[in-house]
Design a binder for this molecule. Structure first.
Ligand code: ADP
Length: 427
């Protein structure tokens, strides 16, 4: 139980930390991207301004030969410039890498971006930018008259690659931090549940001591009642009736105390089960013989169908107790003349054994299906009291199944009946 709680706390903590780290990395990435982009945009705009001014002079003083030579100048660094006159002739260029040039010229041919606005052209593959450029256009003005246009751009691939590398490093750091946080969370969760564990252990010990101490006085009272019943002096039916009622109540209390003791003992840390291989089919038959008088009283027919010889490796007394609880309930919660069916099934591959106990009783509604395994939980308190249960039967059954690493669940239709299915692992 505490291990499960610790695991749940750790998973919860890990989820919170994961959301936090994802948010942090994403936030940092976006902030870095925004700051880099705005800085680069500013530089490209400034560069365009400078180039537009410079080209007024160049257009007026460059001879056609010089222009010819300039036309195909390889650009230096990461900036590139294309200057066109109003007829659309390329008058000057500082070119980008050949790989990029085709794309840039294509972009210029279909240019429709307003002046002063920077656009980005990018292509990425395998988490790496192949190229990533920023471009803008600026008219070349002379005395208020446009004489041409410059297109300038900057190759920012390296900058964005740097950003991606930094983000990758951030992600790695976040993953390591998350792993460390989960480990610390696990340790902290262990520490956090210590007081709970202690309180639970104290409560368990109290229940164990109380039920143990109550057993002796209860058996003394029971023997006293039995002595009184035998006493020849007591003849009045009224006193007999009182004695009978007292005996019933003492027996109920003895059952309750016995049930509690079984539960708290099975929860004791380090509690071991003594497993042996036994014939489950014979065990079922033995319990059916024991329960037969109860079934007879209510004219309930019990069927043990499909009786393969099933061997089980488990604590036989506990498994018999489990069968008794399920069969006792099936009879208790089935009206007179109903039917109860027991079935065993063995998985030949895994050796796991399934025990089915089905009845044609009152059934349990879906809302109560899980709670019935809780201590003292009873669906219909009045009916349960009349039937004489203590509300501990199914929690003991679940405990027995748990210590054998098995599962128990119930399928039920209200008014039609219930089927309890126990699955115990093979050996
Ligand atoms: P109880 O001593 O009251 O029988 P259990 O723990 O054995 O306590 O069962 C808990 C509750 O589950 C019962 O009070 C009853 O309402 C419901 N229940 C258990 N078995 C059956 C069944 N076979 N059919 C219908 N209801 C059942």
């Amino acid at each position: 139980m505490f291990k499960k709680m610790r695991r749940k706390l750790t998973v919860f903590y890990a989820l919170i930390m994961a959301v936090f780290f994802i948010g942090l990395v994403f936030g940092m990435y976006k902030t870095m991207q925004w700051s880099i982009t705005s800085e680069q945009e500013r530089e490209v705009l400034l560069f365009a301004e400078e180039e537009a001014n410079e080209h007024v002079f160049l257009f007026n003083h460059m001879t056609s030969f010089e222009a010819e030579q300039q036309n195909y100048q390889e650009g230096s660094g990461r900036m590139y410039v294309y200057a066109f006159d109003m007829e659309g002739n390329l008058r000057n260029a500082s070119r980008p890498s050949p790989q990029l040039e085709a794309i840039v010229l294509d972009k210029i041919a279909q240019w429709d971006t307003p002046d002063g606005q920077v656009i980005g052209i990018s292509e990425a593959a395998h988490f790496k930018w192949i190229y990533n450029v920023m471009m803008t256009a600026k008219p070349i003005m002379e005395n208020g008259k446009q004489i041409g246009v410059v297109y300038v751009g900057r190759d920012v691939t390296a900058v964005y690659n740097g950003l991606h590398k930094a983000t990758l490093v951030l992600v790695l750091i976040a993953v390591f931090a998350l792993l460390a946080a989960v480990f610390i969370g696990y340790l902290m969760a262990g520490k956090a549940i210590v007081p709970l564990k202690n309180a639970y252990e104290q409560q368990r010990q109290f229940a164990a001591d109380a039920s143990h101490e109550l057993r002796t006085p209860l058996s003394i009272v029971l023997s006293a009642i039995e002595i009184l019943e035998e006493e020849p002096e007591i003849k009045t039916p009224f006193i007999f009736e009182i004695l009978n009622d007292m005996k019933d109540e003492v027996l109920k209390m003895t059952n309750l105390v016995g049930g509690l003791l079984v539960l708290v003992r099975s929860e004791q840390p380090g509690q071991k089960i003594i497993k042996e291989t036994f014939n489950l089919t014979l065990a079922v038959e033995q319990i059916l013989r024991k329960i037969q008088p109860l079934a007879k009283k209510k004219e309930i027919h019990i069927d043990f169908i499909n009786k393969p010889i099933v061997e089980l490796h488990a604590e036989s007394e506990k498994i018999k107790q489990l069968l008794l609880i399920l069969l006792d309930n099936a009879i208790k919660y089935t009206p007179d003349q109903g039917r109860v069916e027991v079935k065993l099934q063995k998985n030949l591959e895994t050796n796991a054994v399934k025990i089915f106990v089905a009845d044609t009783g009152v059934g349990i509604d879906a809302a109560n299906l899980q709670q019935i395994f809780e201590r003292f939980y009873r669906v219909d308190k009045v009916r349960s009291r009349v039937c004489g249960g203590s509300g501990l039967g199914l929690s003991i059954a679940r405990e027995i199944v748990n210590i054998h690493n098995g599962t128990i669940h119930v399928d039920s239709i209200i008014g039609k009946g219930s089927t309890f299915i126990v699955e115990l692992p093979g050996f």
